[in-house]
Design a protein around this ligand. Structure first.
Ligand SMILES: [Zn+2]
Length: 256
């Protein structure tokens, strides 16, 4: 909680530094600009950097150096998630699905299937608010709690794992996750499957960077469909196996 308070103070101090603009003088203006830019840069870094530990402790790797953990965000999708599950079953790979609560309510049978086939289901908020870092405390709490309830309703599992939309932080996310018994899971490899339109480029990008224990961020639901990811994935899985890697979940399927 102390860090949340410090973070709020930093935000307020950055804004308050603009008071130096009045009465106008060149020296005061430059000082105001410097303090405001510095405060804002630190604030943005703390909110947006996926692996910084300051506002909430988070994990971007798994303990096993002989494994890679594939994670799929934003589903379930009625078309692409079952296609992905078919592919994972065919390849004998287990993965972690960060589901959006609202969508899990719409397609509980898909979440249930993923769970029954040995994958791990985790909380990716209730409605995936893109401005996660600016939510009111009440809405933040509701997004976290409703996301967990939805996972529980869909597959009977009380998840211990959470990832925010785009990995964004919030000043209060640390204390709220602690209360909810959730661990924040980040990633080591961002695949950029949201923007890369060529399966070979996507596979190459991941394979060039990945090392043992890395958590990889992918999406099983995208506005234009997950075809590129679905085409790249068999190449990625086969090559990782050639390199001697197995596939791990980001955490346990046992309720803690
Ligand atoms: Zn997401």
């Amino acid at each position: 909680m102390a860090r949340s308070a410090l973070f709020f103070l930093l935000m307020l101090a950055s804004i308050a530094s603009l008071a130096l603009l009045y009465p106008f003088s060149l020296r005061r203006s430059l000082l105001a600009l410097l303090l405001y830019s510095l405060g804002t840069s630190i604030t943005l870094f703390l909110l947006f950097h996926p692996r910084n530990q300051w506002l909430v402790a988070n994990r971007s790797r798994v303990d096993r150096a002989d494994c890679v953990a594939l994670t799929f965000d934003d589903g379930p999708d009625p078309i692409d998630t079952p296609r992905l599950l078919d592919l994972l079953r065919e390849k004998g790979v287990k993965a972690t699905f960060f589901v959006i609560g609202k969508r899990a309510e719409q397609y509980p049978e898909i979440v249930r299937r993923a769970w029954d086939e040995g994958h791990l289901i985790a909380n990716h908020t209730w409605s995936h608010p893109n401005l996660f870092c600016f939510l009111t405390p009440r809405r933040l709490r509701a997004e976290i709690e409703r996301g967990s309830e939805s996972v529980h309703r869909s597959c009977g599992f009380r998840t211990s794992y959470f990832r925010s939309p785009v990995g964004l932080r919030h000043a209060l996310v640390g204390p709220y996750l602690k209360q909810a018994g959730l661990e924040f899971i980040s990633w080591q490899i961002r695949s950029y499957d949201t923007v890369i339109a060529n399966p070979s480029v996507l596979a190459r990008r991941i394979l060039k960077k990945v090392t043992g224990g890395d958590i990889v961020l992918l999406h099983d639901r995208l506005p234009s469909g997950a075809n590129v990811m679905l085409e790249a994935l068999p190449v990625i899985i086969d090559e990782l196996r050639n390199r001697g890697f197995g596939f791990a979940l980001v955490g346990s399927r046992e309720n803690q």
